[in-house]
Unconditional design. Structure first.
Length: 133
């Protein structure tokens, strides 16, 4: 009898592909800093940073962050949950392979802004960032 291994929540195995085929999570601080130095576009509900990696990898990676300006831990987590769902819906179709994306929550807006509008904003921001590259 063989025991199948199931991914543990929070492990890299569980994180890979959680946003769709070819979309992974950014986890290391240097990756976030590289994205911060690259292309960016603001929207009403969040800021988008995009970085073409040019390392030959086809994986698209995405990270999320909310500062304490967004609110207490509950408000920050709510904002990040909304950003994760927006990315899950839009990035597999609109994102580019080999890019890193960071979505940054905005104070008092990300957790209350219309969700469908946030999806449209991400599509628009991706178009702008890709045009700058």
């Amino acid at each position: 009898m063989t025991a199948e291994k199931t991914p543990v929540a929070g492990s890299d195995a569980a994180a890979q592909g959680s946003f769709g085929v070819g979309v992974d999570k950014l986890r290391k601080r240097p990756d976030f800093l590289r994205a911060a130095r690259a292309l960016r576009q603001g929207t009403t509900g969040f800021h988008l940073q995009g970085n073409p990696r040019r390392d030959g990898s086809d994986a698209m990676r995405v990270g999320f962050t909310c500062s304490k300006k967004v609110g207490n831990a509950v408000a920050r987590n709510r904002a990040k949950r909304r950003l994760r769902e927006v990315a899950r819906r839009v990035l597999p179709d609109q994102g580019r392979a080999g890019w890193d994306y960071v979505l940054i929550g905005r104070a008092e807006v990300t957790s209350t802004h219309d969700f469908e509008q946030m999806c449209r904003d991400l599509e628009w921001a991706l178009g702008r960032v890709h045009a700058q590259a």
